[in-house]
Design a protein around this ligand. Structure first.
Ligand code: IPE
Ligand code: IPE
Ligand code: MG
Length: 242
């Protein structure tokens, strides 16, 4: 994997300065299937192109100085899809992980983390995920979090079960915040592809998230779209109920 993907090469934009950046951005990588369909290609071709966009955008998050970026890659509900499609997506994760050491992490000093349910994910993939986390754990750049076999409801239930197992009988909001997979709360959620829903993404952390939607399909999403979302974000008036 080349250090700069074709999407970065084709973008000659200057990186804008942002006065305010989200500490934690969440991105729902949606629209791969429709992107492929529009071109008369199999859905898997859309996932392949979407993986390329993920490489570009995750690196850009690091360069911008964003602390954490969670990318929704595969939901607990996505197992309902045809086996062929699921297998192709898992294969793309594997390819990414095999490259990750030299590409996203070593080059960019980013940390890689995975959130979601381990059960159901192949042992081979789990080993690669663990290795990638271990190899990048001391990096000080952006924490790039891939949500794989992730569901927001599952995350909350699993946090509660963990607390019960620890003997807690009364649970506070802080307890749950400290036991969900990611912290801090999500400041900005970006969803391309024209859908305006969370689809079980970061339910707990999204309590006061700003939302940014775009009709662009994820494989077509560029760093310029990311800049647009961040520009909008810095002009939002966040009140947190106050
Ligand atoms: C997102 O793209 C990727 C995954 C959910 C794994 P989709 O595959 O959902 O693409 P659309 O929404 O059908 O276009
Ligand atoms: C959300 O997209 C999940 C991911 C992007 C990984 P979906 O395509 O699964 O969501 P729905 O079905 O449109 O709500
Ligand atoms: Mg979709």
């Amino acid at each position: 994997m080349a250090l700069f993907s074709k999407k970065e090469n084709s973008t000659t934009l200057e990186r804008p300065h942002f006065d305010v950046l989200p500490e934690h951005v969440g991105i729902i990588m949606d629209g791969n299937g429709r992107w492929a369909k529009k071109r008369g290609l199999p859905r898997t071709a859309g996932h392949k192109e979407g993986a390329e966009t993920f490489r570009t955008i995750s690196k850009e998050c690091g360069r911008l100085g964003i602390k954490s970026a969670t990318f929704y890659a595969f939901s607990t509900e996505n197992w309902k899809r045809p086996k062929e499609e699921v297998d192709a997506i898992m294969c793309l994760f594997k390819q990414y992980l095999l490259e990750a050491k030299d590409d996203i992490t070593a080059a960019e000093n980013n940390r890689l983390r995975f959130i979601g349910v381990r059960e159901g994910v192949s042992d081979e993939l789990l080993t690669l995920m663990d290795e990638a986390e271990e190899e990048t754990k001391n990096n000080t750049g952006c924490e790039i979090i891939l949500a794989v076999n992730y569901g927001g409801r599952e995350e909350i239930v699993s946090a509660v079960n963990k607390l019960i197992a620890e003997g807690k009988t009364k649970i506070t909001e802080d307890d749950i915040s400290n036991n969900v997979y990611t912290a801090p709360d999500c400041d900005l959620i970006i969803r391309p592809s024209g859908e305006q829903r969370l689809s079980n993404f970061l339910l707990w952390q999204a309590a006061y998230s700003e939302f940014w939607y775009s009709d662009v399909l994820w494989p077509d999403f560029t760093v310029n779209d990311l800049y647009k979302a961040l520009t909008d974000f810095q002009n939002r008036n966040r009140r947190f109920g106050g």
